[in-house]
Design a protein around this ligand. Sequence first.
Ligand code: PLP
Ligand code: SF4
Length: 405
Amino acid sequence: MGNTEPARVAAESQFPIIGNLRGEDFQSLESPVSRRAKFMPDFFPAAAARDWNDWRWQIRNRIRDRDGLERIFVLSDDERAALDRIGGRMPIGITPYYASLISRDDPGDPLRRTKIPVAAELIQSPGEYSDPLGEDSHNPVPGLVHTYPDKVLFLATDFCATYCRYCMRSRLVGKGTLLPNIAMWERALEYIRTHCEVRDVLISGGDPLIMADDRIEWLLQRLRAIPHVEFLRIGTKVPAVLPQRITPALVTMLKEFHPLFMSLHFVHPSELTPECSRACERLADAGIPLGGQMVLLKGVNDDAAVMKRLCTGLLKIRVKPYYLHQCDAIAGSQHFRTKISDGLEIIRALHGHTTGYAVPHFMVDAPGGGGKVPLSPDYRAGRAGDDQLFANYAGEVYRYRDPGF
Ligand SMILES: *Cc1c(COP(=O)(O)O)cnc(C)c1O
Ligand code: SF4
């Protein structure tokens, strides 16, 4: 710190301008090149490149309702029916940047399924609840979830840059019930100060990186001042949906609070754009270890080849795939949920077939507040006398002499 070259920082603060991206910049993109290059002039003709690269402009210009969607997308009957009846459920919010990654006329587009509601979202199936993880019953004070012995989840805000239709906190997000509020934060901080067993604070929401730098700094300073808090984490989807937010100023502030880790939420390799890559590079260069959190979603990423592209693509931008979450049983999630065995098969298709760093843990969050449970494929293939038999990634059976038998 202190010796950053101002000229370099200033140059880096400009994200690539969408209309000016060079051909090779698009090579990592899965979405058609022409769609993105034409998006800004077609739908935001009055915007300058400076606007597009400004995260606050992106937030102000989010697509929030049916009219906004229809200006860009050719909506299906199913999507229209959902929008007509959505009422006070989870709001719609899509940054122009993220909208530029979504197919305009294909309702089956993976990213589109996660952002534009369909009628199935309005149906509550058996076993689905608005708060499937029982978080509201592990709330010692508002905005704090204490489920495990030595770690807490700090819900700093309920605001997100984009709203994901499968969100496990859809009961909260975008409803204004958890506005970043100093009085509420003070109570949560007091709880952490008086609970010496809390070693690890995961700041999430909502999306904490939607708050202004000084708000985030205020919170990090107070958490860092608590002697028994060893480990800080921020959970965010910002690098995927609003990479413009990862400014040099933000990163310079964040790196004062090490050890600080980040969990970044991704669902599909088309999110790994040059802009996203640059945002992750900036965070990694500031010494922030990056973990990837994915949610397994039907019709989005429940395919071993797609998941492999996502996980190996994350490694290329210095994000270690950490968790692959089974989709929680929130109300209206049936159309997103896969069988647990599908997740295990995806892990099986990754392990050994690609670098171990690309293989996440597959987690099921126990309904009712039991916490996350890791599930893994069972490679054991019985015993033969003292030998444990097991199959390797290619299905060949090997034996190991197990001491003590
Ligand atoms: C996921 C979660 C955490 C963090 O869990 P890790 O396994 O350490 O990543 C903490 N608290 C709650 C309530 C959680 O759901
Ligand atoms: S960004 Fe995270 S908290 Fe916000 S809607 Fe998506 S999944 Fe939920």
